[in-house]
Write a protein that binds this ligand. Structure first.
Ligand code: PHE
Length: 330
């Protein structure tokens, strides 16, 4: 009998155990065999023989049940291990999308000015001559129109060359004071390393009562904004010209690549030109029937910012839709 206890203990699988069950407890198993032998046992020994046999039967049964649980647990654990799914494995088929670097940069710019309580305004991309030029102090045949190579349609319609017409539209339907930005696509006939026929600008305009808006206000917010975008940079303002502002200036930041030492990106000047700005020309206010107001305005190219922030050499690569480039901005 002893060897059967051993056999049960050493069973390794459910299958093993099932064979052992049949050979012990089955119809032709050893227990049946032993009970069969009882017939030949003398009457006076029958009781003790049967008692011993029943004890064995009881012990074998409980040992068998214990072993069954041990094996089942072990097999279940092995199966779970074998069938486990590694949820941390990378899939080879799906690619993660990301915001286009131009849109991401635009979002950051909008975020800054929204936090300064500027409202976000929009306008049409197909504009008329009045909003894009005339009202912005750019009369017909004015040489300054050449600054912006324009795509024309019939009937004095055109693709807007800047976001400044949104200033005009906003002033025409809102009373001062105004504090707005206008992000959006603009169009010019231009195509090289740093120019594409479509690009994005963010326009800014602030208008309040005469005497309430100064160049110092403009300098302050633009300096703060440029530091928000580019980190710890120096900002300088250079006199410039725009027909719709007087005085006008261009803002430069100290080169973020060479820290002002002079390098290829800043053409060895130590400075990077980043935006245009100025005090709104009185002729612009005249065109929208605003009286007794003063204001400042600024405009910047979003692609230029994105190129500087991400160190992109060729502007055109931003619009070729090559996923190998775009994937780098995740
Ligand atoms: N509209 C100008 C441009 O496209 C930028 C600008 C806007 C300059 C507002 C001054 C004030 O170049």
């Amino acid at each position: 009998m002893k060897e059967w206890y051993e056999k049960i203990r050493s069973a390794n699988s459910v299958e093993d155990l099932e064979n052992i069950r049949i050979s012990i407890f089955g119809k032709k198993g050893i227990l049946a065999e032993q009970f069969e032998k009882m017939k030949a046992v003398p009457n006076e020994e029958k009781a003790s023989f049967a008692k011993e046999l029943n004890t064995h039967k009881g012990e074998l049964t409980s040992l068998f049940n214990e072993q069954k649980i041990i094996i089942q647990t072990k097999e279940l654990q092995e199966a779970m291990k074998a069938e486990a799914i590694d949820v941390s494995l990378f899939s080879t088929t799906s690619r993660k999308g990301a915001l286009h670097p131009v849109m991401e940069t635009m979002d950051r710019i909008v975020e800054y000015f929204s936090s300064m309580n500027f409202s976000v305004e929009t306008g049409p991309m197909v504009e008329d001559d009045f909003h894009n030029f005339e009202a912005l102090n750019l009369p017909k045949y004015h040489p300054a129109r050449d600054m912006q190579d324009t795509f024309y349609f019939k009937d004095e319609m055109l693709l807007r060359t800047h976001t400044s017409p949104v200033q005009i539209r906003t002033m025409l339907h809102t009373k001062p004071p105004i504090r707005m930005i206008a992000p959006g696509a603009v169009f010019r006939r231009d195509y090289d390393l740093t120019h594409t026929p479509m690009f994005h600008q963010v326009e800014g305009l602030l208008v309040d009562e005469t005497g309430k808006v100064s160049f110092a206000n403009l300098k302050y917010i633009l300096e703060d904004f440029l530091k928000y975008m580019f980190g710890d940079v120096e900002v300088r303002f250079r006199p410039s010209f725009f027909p719709f502002t007087e005085p006008s200036a261009e803002a430069d930041i100290s080169c973020i690549f060479c820290k002002g030492e002079g390098c290829r990106v800043c053409s060895h000047t130590g400075w990077l030109e980043v935006l245009g700005c100025g005090i709104v020309d009185p002729n612009v206010f005249k065109a929208v029937d605003y009286e007794d107001v003063s204001g400042y305005a600024f405009g910047l190219g979003v692609e230029r910012f994105a190129m500087l922030i991400h160190h992109i050499g060729d502007l055109r690569s931003l619009f070729e839709g090559d996923v190998r480039l775009l994937e780098q901005f995740q």
